[in-house]
Design a protein around this ligand. Structure first.
Ligand code: ADP
Length: 488
């Protein structure tokens, strides 16, 4: 980390409708994971900046025009922001790739889909209705949902703009104001989004972005007395820590945390289809998604055949420059994560797992600089090994074998996580019985990694609290007020 490199452009924070420098006066490098070179300097925010942003959001909520606006007027602004994201999708995708190394084609696709969240929740904004209760007292008693106030959204580096939008769109539609904190490695798209927020005409303070490190600027946001909700996507360890901080002031939280999701392949499955799903599930986004299908459970009768097909398919995957349309697997997003993934490869070997393919940096000049790890498959894994229990967040697949559905369920559920699961079979009764028994917030049958703005997403067990997307997603950002009017 350096304090300021004059050769690189600097990115300031966006607070109360202004571009502001950090109170510390310090900036840190943001690095392109393909070249391993810094490309911009990001403001290193701290507690004073967090305070300034939360106060601005609070003022906008309490005193600004936002609170007094009819929901249909707020909806217009949210919709306009969606349109601006659509118009600027390619530029946003470019920035995202420069910060996190995801494939350009994949990020273009993702960013073009993001406006749907803004359109969907803009549509809900003026449909938040109350209830008149059949009261047993001489009174008119009704209740209505109200916004919470200042919401803080803290997101990781794997899909910054998407994960931020999953929080921002419903929070704003419910009438709240926001402070966003992107991950320190990937701050640039959130800041670019603020140019669009300004262009859309949001009043100052409604949406603010502070940048910097978790402990330095994230914690002061969470513990700020005026913060009423914490929306977080990231690791279970950090989520649990923020949950305990929020608990001190009884703040609401929505947590989307880690996973060790099983992909279960039965012997009657369309194996070629399952291979594609399993590969996309674990090697898509270079394995850096909370929903990565990182445990592959294969029924014994087809185990060897399936693993062979899988290895053959995976060997063909082109690893390299994320901006090259032919590339199928890009780099890991940052150096720390790169080292962590290779560390897990060593751990798996020491535990006795068999390395089928991968396990190192790919050969060749294209991958010599960046944070690359080959798509890696281990076989002979048992569910007690760390490689089967801990979230790697990289392109590392652990393969386990099972005999029948009962054993598959037992292995799948023997995890502290419960984010997602995949089931591959042609037998729909079996698939539905499996979906009943799996402890997971999403179960995909003959598909994997699908998400939509319409469908609730979230985790069982240590994978999280609350749900994003759909009508359920907006309830996270509302509280109920009951009113009694005496008729006695
Ligand atoms: P990962 O990058 O493994 O998902 P985290 O879950 O730690 O890591 O990070 C997700 C987000 O949480 C990032 O924006 C990070 O800066 C933030 N963060 C990390 N630690 C804290 C903390 N103590 N307080 C607030 N935010 C944090």
């Amino acid at each position: 980390m350096t304090s300021h490199s004059p050769a690189l452009r600097t990115l300031d924070m966006y607070i109360d409708g202004q571009w502001v420098k950090p109170a510390s006066g310090q900036y840190f490098e943001t690095v392109d994971p393909f070249t391993a070179q810094p490309w911009a300097m990001v403001a290193r925010g701290g507690a004073p900046d967090a305070d300034r942003a939360v106060r601005a959001a609070y003022r906008a909520f309490k005193e600004g025009p936002w609170g007094k606006m009819h929901p249909s007027e707020r909806a217009k602004l949210i919709h306009r922001l969606g349109t601006l994201i659509e118009e600027n999708a390619d530029a946003l995708a470019e920035i995202e790739v420069r910060d996190n190394g995801r494939l350009l084609a994949e990020m273009q696709h993702q960013v073009r889909y993001i406006p749907k969240w803004y359109y969907y929740y803009a549509g809900l904004a003026d449909k938040i209705e109350g209830v008149v209760h059949p009261c047993d007292k001489p009174a008119l008693s009704y209740s209505r949902p109200e916004p919470l106030g200042v919401c803080v959204a803290i997101v990781p580096w794997n899909a910054p703009l998407l994960l931020l939008s999953l929080k921002a769109a419903p929070a704003l539609a419910a009438g709240n104001t926001l402070v966003l904190k992107p991950a320190e490695h990937t701050s640039a798209t959130a800041l670019k989004l603020m140019e669009l927020v300004e262009a859309a005409g949001f009043p100052p303070g409604v949406i603010n972005v502070v940048t910097g490190f978790g402990k330095e600027v994230g914690e002061p946001l969470v513990t700020h007395p005026l913060t009423r909700h914490v929306g977080f996507t990231g690791s279970t360890a950090t989520g649990a820590h923020l949950y305990s901080l929020a608990a001190k002031d009884v703040k609401r939280v929505s947590l989307e945390l880690g996973g060790k999701s099983p992909n279960i392949v039965f012997d009657d499955a369309d194996l070629d289809n399952a291979v594609r799903g399993v590969v996309g599930g674990i090697f898509g986004a270079t394995g850096q998604t909370c929903i990565a299908g990182s445990r592959l459970l294969v029924q014994r009768r087809v185990h060897d055949q399936f693993v062979e097909k899988l290895a053959a398919f995976t060997r063909k995957a082109r690893v390299g420059d994320p901006r090259d349309v032919r590339t199928q697997v890009g780099p890991i997003a940052n150096k720390m994560q790169f080292e962590k993934v290779l560390g897990y490869v060593d751990i798996a070997r020491q535990e006795g797992a068999e390395l089928l393919i991968g396990g190192k940096r790919p050969d060749g000049a294209e991958c010599a600089q960046g944070f690359f790890v080959e798509p890696t498959i281990f076989t002979g894994v048992n569910n007690k090994m760390r490689i089967a229990r801990e979230e790697v967040f990289g392109p590392v697949l652990s393969t386990l074998v099972f005999d029948d559905a009962d054993e598959a369920v037992a292995i799948a559920n023997d995890s502290e996580f419960g984010l997602a699961a995949g089931v591959w079979t042609r037998d729909m009764k079996l698939a539905l019985r499996m979906s009943d028994r799996l402890e997971a917030g999403s179960v995909w049958i003959n598909t994997y990694r699908d998400i939509s703005y319409t469908t609730p997403f979230g985790g069982y067990k240590k994978s999280g609290i609350g749900r994003e997307n759909g009508v359920e997603g907006i309830r996270e950002y509302l509280q109920t007020k009951a009113v009694w009017l005496s008729t006695a």
